[in-house]
Structure formats: structure tokens, C-alpha cells
Design a protein around this ligand. Structure first.
Ligand code: BG6
Length: 489
């Protein structure tokens, strides 16, 4: 994707969990790409920090392997790679005992350049790391800390975690990452709404019938057994990624792209979400768990077989959400996400109201409501479905076609990974695409009651065959209202 690259100031990037999965798959490749595209200034350093004992050279070898596996061969320039590896060093640290933090301080030296401490580790040690950084005097005014989800597993634990980090870092230094906000089409949603005069006058309950948000995956548990079984789809996907998408669709126009202006508006949406209680839950939510089936052309095991034990954790969830404010009252937001579904697709569908009266006779065919489909992945782009006359002589027949703005055809080049954009925003100190403390907590305030409602109503997880679109109850959830899920495949 062609865009102007503006170099950032020199920085030190410290990855706790430097030899973990996130570092290997996302952080190191993203940093490599940003350097390759000339976004770094000198001297910029990347320091791996983990419990594993290793030398600088071993960390560089580890990174070389990670980049070979996770960067497209055509993008892996030999010279760029060597320059990148030369930036890398490693300090073994133990977050529990504090061992190694003095060495890390020495490695950082007295420089006042930007420091980004990236916590690609389990949340259980966020507080320990943050306190060691503080007690060793490593937190300079130019430092930031980046934390990955999950921020807690409910409101109380999220608050406790925010308190722990907040003891050491100011809120303006805390970057709570939600990588969905770094996706091109997600940012494009803001451009679509607020850089065009066309949509905003229609963006309300007078003109919009309902909204659908689907985040469907074909993968199963992968290697995340311990984490996932404790989390489930509601905590893993809805509390963060999907609610962030809801916010961007539903928020009022912020005064500017200033971080607090945007986050203030998102917060109002989260606060307006109508609580779901035990009486409503069986009608407005569906919990599912995949059973053996087929995915990507091969047979796959069911969740319980992959897990190797009994569990009622949901791998699928569908929710009919409502936003109780003037703009959205009466406009349902149908949300669904799941593992081992029929295809990998994430999209937002805005369905407008039907026309009030048709001047065309029955022979013209059915007049379908306009839909705006924002496709996050794959095949990123935006499609506006409209009705036109089917070309040719004869009677007036109507058909629906998409005005298609696929990114692959509209722009040249590679679409950068969400992490590339977000890491550079951390360095710039721009928090617009990061979650503020009150947002995370407001999201939990809506999620916690759903768990309570499930317990209260004894709502069971319903099995679905891997490779399908989830339990049939999720189809019923929307069809009861006379609507259907957008055909996403
Ligand atoms: C993560 C979840 O946050 O997002 C995973 O923990 C999920 O379970 C992933 O697979 C999906 O991200 P993406 O970018 O592949 O849609």
C-alpha cells in the first residue's frame, strides 16, 4: 500500500517475552518491515528480555530464524536483515526475582531516547515487571509500556492489573494494545464515516435497520490450551476486538483524531450498551463449542478432544446487542465470533432500511435493502451494495450489485500488518488506537453480566460441527427478527 513514510525518532524497544510466540510471529517481523521501509532513525536498538539464558548472538540467530519464517522471502533483503540483526541484543531477566534488571538498566544506559517496554508475557507478571522497572529507575519521562490483552478476566481483575501498572506509569505512558485497531480497514471505517459527507447523515436509527459484526476463524485451539480454556470466545474476542469495532461503528463524531477525543466517544458507546440479564440471555445470546468436523479440506478434532478433558468453555458466541441512546435505539447489533467456522472472514455489515414504497411492479424482482460491507480480512475493502436496472431491453428488472472498493485493486503494494502501525504509534506516543483504562473497564462492565446471566439461566454450550457457521441457534437468533446473516463465505 503506497503511503508516505515518516521516520520516527531513535528508540530503544525492549521486548519482555523476546523469545515467545508474539515476538517471533509479529513483533520482530513488524520491526523489520518498519526498518526496511526507512522508518527508523539512528541509533535504534531492540533488546530481547526473557528468562531463557542466551547471548546476543543467540538472540540474533533466533530473530534470523523468525524473520526467515515470518517475512515473505521477496521482502527479506540480505543487507536490511544484517542491519536489523545488528540492532539486537539480549538480557536475561527474571520477573519474579528481579534478577537481571540491573543488567538491563546498564544496557539501556543514561540515554534519554524513547523507551518502549513491550510486555509480550502472561499478565500474571505485568505488575512484577513494571515494579522492577520502577525500582531500578528505568522509567524516564520518555518511556512507555505496552501491554497485550487479556487485561484481566473480569472487571475486578482488570482494575487490579490497571492499578498495578498505574502505580509505576502514568496513563499517558500506558499503551493497551488491541491489534484490531491497527487493521487498515478498521481505520478506514473512521475515514469512511468522517471524511465523506455521504454516510454520516444516514448513520442512525432512522436509516439503518441493523448492524452485523462477524469475526470468524477456521483455526482451533492452536497451542494455547491453557490460556484459551480459561478465557473462551467472549473474553478472548468480544470483550476487546468486537467491542472496539462496535465503538467505531456507533460512536459520535469525535472533535478530532486526538487520542482522548476519540476514546471519550468510544467510552460513551460502551456505557450505553444495554446489560443482558439472565432472563434475556437465552434469547439474545448463543454459546457454542465445536465438535469434530472438517476444516480447510481436512478432518479436524473436536474442542474436547483437542483439550483432552471436559470443558464448558465456549469457542463460539453470538449476541444481539443493543445500544441505548438516541442514535441507536431500536437498531440491533448482531455480533458473532468463533473458532473452526466455515471460513476465515471478519466483516462489518451495515444494513440500511428498506425503501418505503416501490414504484416497480412485481416483475422487477425483489428490491433488496442497501448494505455497506466493510471487509477486515481477507480481501480487505469496502463494498456498497445498491440496486440497479439489469441492463438490456425488455421490462424493468432490478438487481443488486456492489460498488466495489477492494484494497488489492485500488492500491499497490503490501498491506502492512496491524502491529507495524501500532508499534510506530507507540514510538510516536500517539494513543488514539490504544485502549484507555476506563474503556477496558467499561467493556468488562458489560461482559461480566453476560457470564452471570449464563450461570443464572444455566445456558448450556451448544455443539456445532467444525467447518460450519456455528450452532443453529445462532441462525435462529437473527432469523427470529426477520433478518439473516450476511453470506460471508
Ligand atoms: C487474538 C485472539 O487476540 O486474535 C486469538 O486471542 C485470535 O484467539 C486472534 O485468533 C485473531 O486475530 P486476527 O488478526 O488473526 O483476526
Amino acid at each position: 500500500m503506497t503511503s508516505q513514510i515518516i521516520p520516527v525518532d531513535p528508540f530503544d524497544f525492549i521486548i519482555f517475552g523476546g523469545t515467545g510466540d508474539l515476538s517471533e510471529r509479529k513483533l520482530l517481523p513488524s520491526l523489520y518491515y518498519r526498518q526496511r521501509d526507512h522508518q527508523f532513525s539512528e541509533p535504534t536498538r531492540i533488546i530481547g528480555a526473557s528468562r531463557t539464558k542466551m547471548s546476543d548472538k543467540e538472540f540474533q540467530d533466533y530473530a534470523r530464524k523468525a524473520l526467515t519464517e515470518h517475512v515473505k522471502p521477496a521482502d527479506l533483503d540480505k543487507k536490511d536483515l544484517e542491519v536489523f540483526l545488528a540492532r539486537l541484543s539480549y538480557v536475561p531477566v527474571d520477573a519474579k526475582t528481579g534478577d537481571g534488571f540491573a543488567r538491563l538498566k546498564k544496557a539501556l544506559g543514561e540515554s534519554d531516547s524513547i523507551r518502549a517496554f513491550y510486555l509480550a508475557v502472561a499478565p500474571a507478571i505485568f505488575g512484577d515487571i513494571s515494579h522492577h522497572l520502577k525500582s531500578h529507575g528505568m522509567i524516564t519521562p520518555n518511556s512507555r509500556i505496552v501491554v497485550e490483552k487479556p487485561i484481566g478476566r473480569d472487571l475486578a481483575s482488570a482494575k487490579a492489573l490497571n492499578d498495578l501498572i498505574g502505580d509505576d506509569f502514568g496513563e499517558h505512558q500506558i499503551f493497551r494494545i488491541d491489534h484490531y485497531l491497527g487493521k487498515e480497514t478498521v481505520q478506514n471505517l473512521m475515514a469512511l464515516r468522517f471524511a465523506n459527507a455521504l454516510y454520516e447523515p444516514l448513520w442512525n436509527s432512522a436509516h439503518i435497520d441493523h448492524v452485523q459484526i462477524t469475526v470468524a476463524e477456521t483455526v482451533g485451539l492452536e497451542d494455547r490450551v491453557t490460556y484459551y480454556d480459561k478465557a473462551g470466545a467472549l473474553r478472548d474476542m468480544v470483550q476487546n476486538h468486537i467491542l472496539q469495532l462496535v465503538c467505531l461503528v456507533a460512536m459520535e463524531p469525535p472533535q478530532s483524531m486526538d487520542a482522548d477525543a476519540v476514546r471519550d466517544e468510544k467510552l460513551k458507546v460502551l456505557r450505553s450498551l444495554k446489560r443482558i440479564n439472565g432472563k434475556e440471555a437465552p434469547k439474545s445470546t448463543v454459546r457454542g463449542q465445536y465438535k469434530a468436523g472438517a476444516s480447510s479440506g481436512g478432518a479436524v478434532k473436536g474442542y474436547l478432544e483437542e483439550l483432552g478433558s471436559e470443558s464448558t468453555t465456549e469457542t463460539f458466541v453470538a449476541i444481539k446487542a443493543e445500544i441505548a441512546n438516541w442514535r441507536w435505539a431500536g437498531v440491533p447489533f448482531y455480533l458473532r465470533t468463533g473458532k473452526r467456522l466455515a471460513s476465515r472472514v471478519s466483516e462489518i455489515v451495515i444494513e440500511f432500511k428498506p425503501i418505503p414504497h416501490s414504484i416497480f411492479g412485481e416483475s422487477a424482482g425483489r428490491i433488496q435493502a442497501n448494505q455497506l460491507v466493510i471487509r477486515l480480512q481477507p480481501d480487505e475493502g469496502v463494498k456498497q451494495f445498491i440496486m440497479i436496472k439489469d441492463p438490456g431491453p425488455g421490462g424493468m428488472r432490478l438487481k443488486q450489485i456492489p460498488l466495489d472498493m477492494s484494497f488489492a485493486t485500488a492500491f499497490d503494494g503490501r498491506a502492512p500488518d496491524a502491529y507495524e502501525r501500532l508499534i510506530m504509534d507507540v514510538i510516536r506516543g500517539n494513543q488514539t488506537l490504544f485502549m484507555r483504562r476506563d474503556e477496558v473497564e467499561a467493556a468488562w462492565r458489560w461482559i461480566d453480566p453476560i457470564f452471570n446471566a449464563w450461570a443464572e439461566s444455566r445456558q448450556e454450550v451448544q455443539g456445532y460441527t467444525a467447518g460450519t457457521w456455528g450452532p443453529s441457534a445462532s441462525i435462529a437468533l437473527i432469523e427470529r427478527d426477520g433478518r439473516t446473516w450476511h453470506e460471508s463465505a
